[in-house]
Design a protein around this ligand. Sequence first.
Ligand code: AMP
Length: 402
Amino acid sequence: MGLNKKSVDDINVSGKKVLVRCDFNVPLKEGKITDENRLVAALPTIKKLVADGGKIILCSHLGKPKGEPKPELSLAPVAVRLSELLGQEVKFVASPVVVDDSVKAAVDAMKDGEIILLENTRYRAEETKNGEAFSKDLASLAEVFVNDAFGTAHRAHCSNVGVTEYIDTCVVGYLMQKEIDFLGKAVETPVRPFVAILGGAKVADKLNVISNLLEKCDTLIIGGGMAYTFLKAKGYEVGASLVDDTKIDYCKEMIAKAESLGKQLLLPVDTAIAKAFPNPIDAEIDVDYVDCDAMPADSLGLDIGPKTSALYADAAKTAKTVVWNGPMGVFENPVLAKGTIAVAKALAETDATTIIGGGDSAAAVNQLGFGDKMSHISTGGGASLEFLEGKALPGVVAANDK
Ligand code: AMP
């Protein structure tokens, strides 16, 4: 599926005021940005608009200030780092209500090619409710709207959807285009074999992803906490492992669905077990490795075992397309990160197109230094999951069709 939306390549914004919704939702520790991938990913679109000679007004949310100014969630540090990355000043126009007369005056004073950054859009309570007043405030600043925030594309908020009601020219940026092209091609027209790897905590979070990917892929691999509900559905003892008893029937259905579609569904064959969940999560922990049909009732599964790691790595190596979302175990603990590392390594070594859904798997791949070995690492966890569910993303839908 190609993206049938107008992009920044279809317009020239010379002399025009352009509002750009970016995803600058970066992790901060004591005012310092600890992972700037999302800033780097936003640069191509910004540079194109500057080269056109537009007046560039950037906006984004950061964290969850819940509708009021929270100094620790100000975008001020982003303006500083963006200026360095672009080699050009990004002027921060701070307002507790994001858009007010002083912001409008700053925009009116802009020269062609200049860049300003607005304050955190979620300082306004209407933002996440897609309220009319804030959508109009944002739209009043510009003649053209560019949405490059893939990370929030699965939400309908003022700054990515509401604003498009009041601006005629609405296009997507390069990052959005790249995300949709990679994820869309993988799911709709994958080079086969197509292997999907799902992990993470709960089956309930990924019900539709499991079902949709089973239809699209050749092999579906399940790891992480959600594997134990599948194992219980197969009649195995899983002790005190994370299990959702309300989803046992669902797992049985998925096992049957895989069979009837002739798809391979791989579940763990061995697992790391311990007597208790590590507390704190990275505490020292003693683990044993047992086969999944021999788990003792008084322990819990916290990672895939070495046999499973080898099995999953082999499956990934035979693939031409791999999509991965969710860790294979409690990877925050070094002892329980082995399965996640094994999968990341297998993906780094294959020639297949490798696509990493955002969130924990993206963080794990980057931390392990495998980031540049992957074909695409999504900047959006929730958005990439909804995409893999086969849902339309409101932030994408709102842009002008080609
Ligand atoms: P998610 O947010 O759904 O991608 O899940 C990620 C979380 O799942 C991480 O914090 C992991 O620690 C957790 N997780 C992975 N495997 C297990 C497991 N076997 N038991 C409990 N939690 C797990």
